[in-house]
Design a protein around this ligand. Sequence first.
Ligand code: KG4
Ligand code: ZN
Length: 334
Amino acid sequence: KKDQYILAIETSCDETAVAIIKNGNEVVSNVVASQIESHKRFGGVVPEVASRHHVEQMTHVLEEAFVKSNLEMESIDAIAVTQGPGLVGALLVGVSTAKALAFAHQKPLIGVHHIAGHIYANQLQEPFTFPLLALVVSGGHTELILMRDHYDFEVIGETRDDAAGEAYDKVARTLNLPYPGGPEIDRLAQEGVDRFDFPRAWLEEGSFDFSFSGLKSSVINTVHNAKQKGETVEIADIATSFQSSVTDVLVEKTYRAAEYYGVKEIIVAGGVAANSGLRSALLDRFDSSAIQVKIPPLWLCTDNAAMIGAAGMVAYEKGYRAGWDLNANPGLDI
Ligand code: KG4
Ligand code: ZN
């Protein structure tokens, strides 16, 4: 059988990313131009700034992906692009690029859900075993997704307010840490003492939903109260206690859902999957269980286009095709 190549484009937030994937699981090239430095001084991603950067970077990133692959456009079998969710102006740059290329070179076009991409990042490591449960934790999402088969996503739990990564970034801002706050808190959490009893939102009995806004408020209040009293705030201890509250809930709900649905494996996806506390707590919790826990390497956790190519290949084989009316959809459902 002939080798198949997918060209994948991802621009949903603040990384301009292009990848070429061979036969669904081999990363031929994977280029990510991060805009973090440009957003840092604003303390978060500024949508308008993100869109402009994507426009500036796109052709360079595309060219680099082809140069690194030693392939020409004619070898590409299909073009996959993140259609949503994300920032609409940012998504539009990727979608317009993909459509223009697909039209000019007469290639099939595939719209990919950003979270499907994060989940399928794991297939670049190892094939899935169904049924599986995906814990998706990123800047915009916190979801437990049950998959009984390829490209079959059932959301069994989701956040009712802030996403896990969002809580990390907001708490980091309160602690005056640079953006993005997740990695900063993760680093500090390894130095502090777990001495603040921050809340854990278990919600109703049997619910697999999450809530992080109460935890976030509790941390912010603790910091403000200490400042008002003129006490020094031990930010490492805050980070440690905050991280243990987040991971306790994520890990325990994942465990209960995994048992309830009788899944064979857990896969972790999204930027917060890079968190060292979450990684070790999950492995510990499932240590004596027959359920396998798969966590992607760091470069596959945060936004990239290789994951869109991995998901795009599965969609391509299933016969999914987008028309010329493909549009960016900031609120796309999985
Ligand atoms: O998946 P991602 O790159 O972008 C979205 O789709 O949102 O996730 C970014 C999020 C940010 O909130 C960032 O702070 C968080 O992932 N993050 C982390 C860590 N690395 C990235 N959160 C906690 N610990 C980390 N080590
Ligand atoms: Zn993401």
